[in-house]
Design a protein around this ligand. Structure first.
Ligand code: ARG
Length: 552
């Protein structure tokens, strides 16, 4: 039972009688009551009547018996207070549902979630954190709702840098590379300082592109070494990317020619200084000139854009996806805008198929500038995770709990702010045990788990009586609508914020309502409410990719 929908149905009928037409009663949660409807205000304007009179008529016409009591407030709002029975019925229904009142979607969609997508032969840095964490939350959430999610780790595993890397590797064994950054930097140094090496590296690129077998073999070694490293990193972070999700840029190599051919046949390509470019409608530079999307470079090679066009066409045509999501930083906004516009013009995004660039802001240091190491380099993700775990062990001495808390703190800090905004990477704030943080939520969960452990077996139905019980039950019942909203908007801070509200409501409840020492009957009802709260927090945090240790 959806409380909002229940109230909307009852009020909707009353509005219909007053207005003589369908009116959306716009029922929302409110600080002034359990729920509030503001729909009498615009209706009164339309009818040329006093808003409080209209609201009064709606109230008189509304059948709310057994559901809620209502009153007109302020300029003409309807304040609604649910009856204890309705809250109890809804809470017990959700408690009996393994999915906590969140039904699987009626029509599952095949959705490609493109995320993490690092360039290989380099270590992960803090620059990969947001895509990896937010993309993983999206994949988890959409999958839990019953969608057919295809995770795509669009690795940068092809391109001219590989000439230098393969040449540096020589006939050696890539399995021996345990420090990718050092390997990359050594190759780079030789490339920058050794003319003869540079020439060999360039020839190596040609050998790679023309399919020279020994060169390809070394390339495969490098890719495998990188993938091995990435899988360990994902596993440590609790990110659900596996080997089956690696679909690197190289995968599309033999589709690039046909991308060009198809775009050319549709008259979408223009030759410009030897390169083949598309000029997608509506994409202009600062000076108003149309921006080119380079599909084939003047040397005949293909770049990032061509690969993304091939990937998009593949995902729609061959995978049958109807929603494409790209979790990539905001600076690539124009790139995706152009890729989508060209794909649309080519007919690769038919009706009902959507492509969305889900961008995000940057991570800043406490000085308000881009988050970098003291020496000015980008910070390695592994070092950040190490430090998080070390710091978390002050809160939770058990190693596996410290790991959960440290990693949870980083992820939660990333997910709890508006996705498009920049945020400051601040250890003290993200690891605080109070406020809207990962540790606070995990602590709330562990506290409820402790109560339930002490209680042992119990059986009971939820019957909220005290104000704090009522408030907690209402917060928990708001989980399903928020999950739905987060899935639509991909705004995870709404889900995080709601879980924070539940944890806070639990705190207030626990302060004023004894549980284990309550009289029989009340005790069972409160325990059942505790159990439902714990399950909701656990499920919600799991959707965000955050684990919930039973003890802290
Ligand atoms: N490898 C790219 C980078 O590091 C990100 C790829 C994002 N996905 C995509 N389909 N373009 O910037």
């Amino acid at each position: 039972m959806n409380l909002e929908a229940l109230l909307a149905a009852r009020l909707g009928a009353a509005f219909f009688r007053v207005a003589g037409a369908t009116v959306d009663p716009a029922v929302r949660r409110s600080r002034h009551a359990d729920f509030q409807s503001g729909a009498a205000l615009p209706l009164a304007r339309r009818l040329g009547r006093a808003p409080r009179d209209v609201a009064g008529d709606v109230l008189a016409a509304a059948d709310l018996a057994g559901v809620a009591t209502a009153e007109v407030s302020g300029p003409g709002f309807l304040n609604l207070r649910l009856t204890g029975e309705v809250i109890a019925a809804a809470a017990n229904e959700v408690a009996a549902d393994p999915r906590l009142g969140v039904p699987p979607v009626a029509r599952p969609e095949r959705i490609v979630v493109d995320y993490s997508s690092p360039n290989i032969a380099k270590e992960l840095t803090i620059g990969h954190l947001r895509s990896t964490v937010i993309g993983d939350a999206a994949a988890r959430l959409l999958e839990w709702l019953g969608h057919d999610v295809v995770r795509a780790n669009h690795l940068g595993d092809w391109g001219t840098a590989f000439g230098m890397l393969i040449e540096h590797l020589g006939a050696g064994d890539a399995a021996g590379i345990d420090d990718l950054t050092a390997f990359y930097q050594a190759a780079r140094l030789r490339f920058d300082t050794d003319e003869e090496f540079r020439t060999r590296a360039r020839l190596r690129v040609v050998a790679l592109q023309t399919g020279d077998e020994p060169t390809l073999r070394q390339w495969r070694h490098l890719v495998a070494a990188s993938q091995h490293y990435l899988l360990l990193a994902y596993d440590r972070l609790g990110v659900t990317l596996g080997p089956e999700h690696f679909v690197g840029e190289s995968f599309y190599n033999d589709r690039l020619e046909s991308v060009v051919a198809e775009l050319a046949a549709k008259g979408l390509l223009v030759e410009s200084e030897g390169a083949l470019c598309a000029f997608p409608p509506g994409c202009t530079g600062r000076n108003g000139d149309p921006l080119p999307l380079i599909v084939r470079k003047s040397d005949g090679g293909f770049g990032y854009a061509a690969t993304d066009l091939a990937a998009l066409r593949y995902r729609v045509r061959e995978l049958g996806a109807i929603r494409l999501l790209y979790f990539v930083g905001a600076p690539q906004r124009t790139h995706f805008q152009m890729v989508f516009a060209v794909a649309d013009a080519a007919g690769w995004l038919p009706d009902g198929v959507t492509a969305e660039h889900a961008g995000f802001g940057s991570i800043l240091g406490t000085d308000g500038r881009m988050f970098r190491s003291r020496s000015g380099e980008s910070v390695k993700l592994a070092a950040v995770v190490d430090e998080a775990i070390t710091r978390a062990s002050a809160l939770a001495p058990a190693p596996e709990v410290a790991r959960a808390v440290g990693i949870g703190a980083i992820k939660y800090a990333d997910l709890s702010g508006d996705r498009m905004s920049d945020y400051v990477f601040d250890w003290d704030r993200m690891l605080a045990l109070t406020g809207n943080t990962g540790p606070y939520q995990q602590y709330a969960y562990a506290r409820i788990s402790a109560i339930l452990r002490k209680a042992g077996e119990f059986e009971g139905t939820i019957l909220p009586v005290a104000a704090a019980e009522r408030a907690l039950a209402l917060e928990v019942l708001g989980f399903a609508p928020v999950v739905d909203q987060a899935a639509r908007s991909l705004e995870f801070h709404r889900l995080a914020g709601h879980l924070y509200g539940i944890a806070q409501a639990f705190s207030a409840f626990y302060e004023s309502c004894p549980v284990l020492s309550a009289p029989a009957g009340v005790r069972e009802s409160r325990l059942a409410l505790c159990a439902l709260t714990a399950r909701t927090l656990r499920q919600g945090l799991d959707l965000l990719g955050i684990s919930t240790p039973e003890r802290m």
